[in-house]
Design a protein around this ligand. Structure first.
Ligand code: AAT
Length: 292
């Protein structure tokens, strides 16, 4: 008897499909913004899918959440104010919580249903919402950022979905301009930036927009996530004009961040060696994406 599988097809990865064996469908509904699916897989634990795109699995979520958070927060001294765009599952909040210099964590997520579903099915991630420093804003991040006072944040983490659907505007120049304005001088942005194998041109466009917008520095880093298309995910990491940021060598290493290892569970993936290694780029990426 053929086993029940789910196949992920999407124009973001034409000509190939990714499949997983389903033990049980746990939830399926349509929010105002997207279709939300949660299932128990046979090898990756529970899986969260938005509009047919895997957002996280219990087994490998540590890679994405730890990297997108600690790459920026370990690159600056004593981060205090942080904004998360998207990230409704709470995993990035959980990671920010490890930093006890942080005083305020704003999160702007468009879809309240993602938060509710995460609280129900992914308590290990949604625990991030229990941190008293968290201020939740439900709404479109494009609108939210237009109203942020200049220079408010030390770091902004854009944990948003792929640029099909509600996240379309999050890869366009006006959005990056509002981010740069919302950061203090020498503040940092870490932005989810797709797969170097599948989205070379999209990443190249993001890099060139960021080079125009962020006058400090602009880098690309990447990590291996088995359940994302092509098995990798990248991050565009930038700083605004001001005190220079050396992204390659974390000034605020996680090993010295008090509380980092106490917060509910150990880090599973990120450490200072992985941090530095993440900026090492394949030759074709240097040429075709960074145009070096
Ligand atoms: N940490 C899980 C990974 C994600 S979640 C992306 C979140 O961004 C979703 O909860 C979605 O509702 C939210 N989002 C999308 N558009 C907006 C917007 N305009 N404003 C605020 N929030 C938004 C991303 C995984 C990346 C997968 C890579 N293939």
């Amino acid at each position: 008897k053929a086993s029940k599988r789910v196949y992920f097809n999407n124009p973001m990865w034409p000509g190939e499909a990714h499949s997983m064996k389903v033990e049980k469908i746990l939830y399926k509904d349509k929010s105002e913004y997207q279709e939300i699916l949660v299932f128990e897989s046979s090898t990756y634990g529970k899986v969260l899918v938005l509009d047919g795109i895997v957002q996280l699995t219990e087994k490998d979520e540590c890679v994405y959440q730890e990297m997108i958070t600690h790459l920026p927060l370990c690159s600056i001294q004593s981060p205090k104010t942080v904004l998360v765009v998207g990230g409704g599952d709470g995993g990035v909040l959980r990671e920010i919580s490890r930093h006890n210099t942080v005083e305020r964590i704003d999160i702007c997520e468009i879809d309240k249903m993602v938060i509710d579903v995460s609280k129900k099915f992914f308590p290990e991630l949604a625990i991030g919402f229990e941190d008293p420093r968290v201020q939740l804003h439900i709404g479109d991040a494009v609108e939210f950022l237009r109203n942020v006072p200049e220079g408010k944040y030390d770091a902004i983490i854009v944990d948003s979905s792929d640029p099909v659907g509600p996240a379309q505007e999050l890869v366009e120049k006006p959005f990056f301009e509002t981010i740069a304005r919302a950061l203090r001088p020498g503040g940092v942005l870490c932005n989810m930036a797709e797969s170097m194998w599948l989205h070379t041109h999209l990443i190249q466009d993001m890099i060139s927009i960021c080079r125009e917008t962020f006058k400090g520095s602009v880098h690309y880093a990447w990590a291996n996530v088995p359940t994302y298309p092509s098995g990798v995910i990248g991050f565009v990491i930038c700083s605004t004009e001001g005190p220079p940021v050396d992204f390659m060598h974390p000034i605020n290493p996680i090993e010295k961040v008090e509380g980092a290892f106490k917060y509910r569970r150990e880090l599973k993936f990120y450490n200072s060696e992985i941090h530095t290694a993440a900026f090492a780029l394949p030759s074709f990426v240097k040429r075709e994406v960074m145009l070096l």
